[in-house]
Design a protein around this ligand. Structure first.
Ligand SMILES: Nc1ncnc2c1ncn2[C@@H]1O[C@H](COP(=O)(O)OP(=O)(O)OP(=O)(O)O)[C@@H](O)[C@H]1O
Length: 239
């Protein structure tokens, strides 16, 4: 499977009073891309731009030649996103309804959608969750539902916006390990540096610009050293 090309061209974005990006450009065509950076660096807004959840004020974001900020329908089929909080993406009361929703909105008939949903649940040994009320699942379990929902859509790119923060170590490791095996291109935003050590590329965002970009073996130690140095200061004014 070829790796999709994510092209961010001269993007400017202002939210409220904050100029998050100013004429920002970046191209990502590696299979596994890590995005790291301090709180407020612009990582989540970058994730939203790539997933087409946010349109830039000026400039363009293309994923495989789809202008994701303008063509929502094509963006949904091309890019999947997992958020830190699964409750930001779960809409339906039961697991099977939640999982079938994306497929139905892609025009699949109810019987075929139901078949794919039960196949996906079986793949994770969770056939028993079909009629389960989503709110009765733990946070880690709800994350798994979101991952299944994204996989069912078979997007070409999966954007991970710190989806495993707050999960117990075993669950986080298991989900991370599973994601390593998927065919999709991954753009993984994280503060967990060891989780992305083996990635093809690491991008350090700082104040809406790229501070460092290259192999994780170079970028991660530089980032870690800078964070340790900053952590030694008592000022909170730079957050
Ligand atoms: N709705 C909004 N209105 C105004 N400013 C916003 C809004 N959303 C984000 N911002 C600002 O945009 C900047 C980038 O935020 P973003 O959420 O992308 O940071 P981040 O790198 O994901 O941080 P974290 O690691 O804390 O999640 C921050 O300065 C933030 O305060």
């Amino acid at each position: 499977m070829s790796i999709p090309d994510i092209v961010i061209e001269n993007v400017s974005l202002t939210l409220g009073e904050t100029r998050v990006f100013n004429e920002f450009s970046l191209r990502m065509s590696e299979r596994r891309v890590a995005v790291i950076g301090r709180n407020g660096a612009g990582k989540s807004q970058l994730a939203r731009l790539v997933a087409g959840l946010l349109a830039p004020d000026t400039g363009r974001v293309r994923v495989e030649d789809i202008d994701v900020g303008r063509d929502r329908r094509a963006a949904l089929a091309t890019v999947g996103i997992l958020f830190q909080n699964p409750d930001h993406q779960i809409i339906f009361p039961t697991v099977e309804e939640e999982l079938a929703f994306g497929l139905r909105s892609q025009g699949l008939d109810p019987r075929e959608a139901a078949r794919r949903v039960s196949d996906m649940l079986a793949r994770f040994n969770r056939a028993d969750w079909a009629t389960r009320a989503v709110h009765t699942l733990s946070q880690g379990q709800r994350h798994l539902v979101c991952l299944m929902a994204v996989l069912l859509m078979a997007p070409r790119v999966i954007v991970l916006d710190e989806p495993f923060a707050g999960l117990d170590m075993a669950t986080a490791l298991r989900l991370t390990r599973y994601l390593e095996t998927v065919d999709q291109q991954l753009v993984h935003i994280t503060h967990d540096l060891p989780a992305v050590e083996d990635y093809d590329r690491a991008i350090w965002l700082d104040g809406g610009t790229v501070r460092a970009d290259g192999p994780p073996a170079q970028v991660l130690p530089a980032y870690r050293a800078a964070m340790v140095a900053l952590g030694g200061s008592d000022a909170f004014t730079d957050i």
